[in-house]
Design a protein around this ligand. Sequence first.
Ligand code: APR
Length: 236
Amino acid sequence: MKDRLERIVILTGAGISAESGVATFRGPGGLWEGHRVEDVATPEAFRHDPALVQRFYDLRRAALGTVAPNPAHMALARLDAEWPGELLLVTQNVDDLHERAGSRRLLHMHGALKSAWCLACDGRFPHAGPLAGWPPCPGCGARGRLRPDIVWFGEMPYHMPRIHDALLMADLFVSIGTSGNVYPAAGFVDIARESGARTLELNLDPSMTSDRFAESRLGPAGSLVPEFVEDLLRRR
Ligand code: APR
């Protein structure tokens, strides 16, 4: 294992936003309990019933106005501001709570609710309102071509080369609030561990990948993450 502690990669999932009131995907009350993934989160679903898919994401985008970052998001933003070494925060979440907390070194690997992707000009644009009314593309003016800029099942997650490079170089890999059901994110721990990084999981329950981490701490992100950040910055 590497002795130095300079380069950190952090992966977050729906669990980090749960205490803000954003529904997770799996488990009781999860988004995938109320919806079939294949009806709303695949390119086929969008071809088959675009209005349904637009409404599903419009509701989730609108709901962002009712939630706020919690102490876990705030602690990671503090780490971003104060950590002198390399840091990369990779989120699977499509909410904007990391950026609203102040994180800057951040990649959204599964896209973002507040972004729209034009299928006519291939541009991506900040977008806050609904898409169900098919507003024109702010870049090319095309109508009926803006889709949610969300990575659906069967599509390629964003920023993979950059994330892969950071994992290979990482001294510490931390996974927070993710069930480890969805690849490639669920495989990040293996890349980091095989490259000699320390690996730590912070999650409410044991995940599908817990046994692949050197250390797992169980509890709510709202208390585990601030403790972890405090400890890391003290030992720096
Ligand atoms: N603190 C920490 N962890 C929590 C909390 C909390 N307060 N509440 C829930 N969790 C944990 C759960 O125990 C679970 O392991 O967060 C995890 C959430 O798992 P999922 O709902 O499966 O979410 P995630 O892992 O982010 O899903 C991955 O699946 O559907 C796709 O694209 C979607 O990005 C998503 C991907």
